[in-house]
Design a protein around this ligand. Structure first.
Ligand code: SAM
Length: 369
């Protein structure tokens, strides 16, 4: 009879027996403690920054900001005021983009506000040496699109990389082009995975990822570091049970989510990044922690870097972001005959202008968007 080891025996045995065999061959141990998966120390909360009107709980509830509920405008004349129309009313670029997205009914409210708040938190720290932003595992591509809309001066090109290309992406880009023609031609969808065999472009790009599930976030960290990304912004989700290789003591004490992000912070630091943590409002998502990594310089010795430098498209305007945005003619968004709520003025002031490029790299606290 052919000699078989204990592991082979386990696989050769019938399913009912395999547990018994496995049990016989393993030293008896007390059951492993079940570690907290929610995190003893939860993420910090944060105020709404892109849409400050949502800091008002009544407004937030009225527009269902954190719900998986299609973003749309209720233009039914029988309703006095649609809170979403009120929120998006205004001439800022952000308001007009929001209107254009809502008109298309292409994504859920949660996704929209999540992407906007993530963008508002990270935009000042996103830096690239080659004018390239890569939005990985992005689905609808909203974050990359917001970068193309508001940071065209810093980012001439945006790559969206995800193996699945949802219909919503084309709608989101068409909404952006409708209100900001300079977005046209800047965004490329790469329908592929993050894989060691298919690395990210080298050259000091900025890499972002919102809710890369489980270990996908770790693979993105590895890929971005390998590509010498200049800055990385991640908002992890679905924390893996192995807690990104975090030490057991940290997992036991801090819980899986926090221990995972502590480990990721060390990983990023080992790769030469300085890391900060930020957050978006928990009312949008409890998976709201942002890991923001940047390095002061990259080694740009590789000749591949030069070939990646992208010339500014001739048609792309150099955005004077200090100048007021001149809105293109748009159909009226609200029935002018509809009575206006006295709260309109306050609620509608999402921002009188949305000019992140003009803000430089610093904090945007208290800044008009
Ligand atoms: C939870 S969704 C996040 C989508 C979007 N960022 C959001 O916040 O709504 C995860 C995304 O990761 C993508 N994905 C899965 N495996 C991937 C991989 N290996 N490389 C790149 N993207 C991947 C999926 O197609 C999906 O769109």
């Amino acid at each position: 009879m052919r000699a078989v080891g204990p592991i082979s025996l386990v696989f050769l045995a019938a399913p009912a027996e395999s547990a018994v065999l496995a049990d016989l061959r393993l030293p008896r141990r007390t059951p492993a403690p079940s570690f907290p998966t929610k995190g003893v120390a939860q993420s910090s909360d944060a105020a709404f920054k892109a849409w400050p009107a949502l800091n008002n709980e009544t407004t937030r509830r009225a527009v269902n900001a954190g719900r998986r509920f299609r973003l749309h405008l209720d233009t039914n004349a029988s309703r006095v005021v649609d809170p979403t129309v009120e929120l998006f009313h205004g001439d800022s670029l952000m308001s007009r983009f929001a209107m254009a997205v809502a008109t298309r009914r292409c994504i859920d409210r949660k996704e929209f506000f999540e992407a906007c708040e993530f963008f508002a938190q990270v935009q000042g720290t996103l830096v690239a040496d080659d004018g390239l932003l890569i939005d990985v595992a992005c689905g609808h591509g909203l974050v990359g699109t917001l970068v193309a809309l508001f940071k065209s001066k810093d980012f001439e090109r945006v790559i969206i990389r995800d193996p699945r290309r949802p219909k919503a992406f084309d709608e989101v880009v068409s909404a952006a082009v409708e209100v900001a023609p300079w977005v046209s031609g800047r965004i490329t969808y790469e329908q592929k995975k993050i894989l060691p065999s298919d690395p990210l472009p080298r050259g000091g790009a900025a890499v972002v990822c919102v809710h890369g599930c489980k270990s996908l976030t770790d693979r993105i960290i590895a890929a971005a570091a390998e590509a010498e990304a200049r800055s990385i912004a991640l908002m992890p989700c679905c924390y893996p049970s192995d807690a990104a290789q975090a030490p057991t003591a940290l997992v036991q004490s801090l819980g899986t989510p926090l221990a995972s992000d502590v480990q990721r912070t060390y990983d990023l630091q080992m790769h030469g990044y300085e890391v900060r943590w930020k957050a978006i409002p928990q009312s949008i998502t409890p998976m709201n922690r942002i890991l923001l990594a940047s390095r002061t310089s990259t080694s740009l010795a590789s000749p591949a870097v030069a070939s990646l430098a992208v010339a500014s498209p001739a048609s792309a305007p150099v955005m004077d972001l200090a100048a007021p945005v001149v809105p293109p003619p748009m159909p009226p968004r609200v029935d002018p005959a509809a009575p206006k709520s006295p709260m309109n003025a306050r609620r509608n002031r999402v921002s009188s202008d949305f000019r992140p490029d003009a803000l430089g790299g610093g904090s945007t606290e208290g800044t008009r968007w």
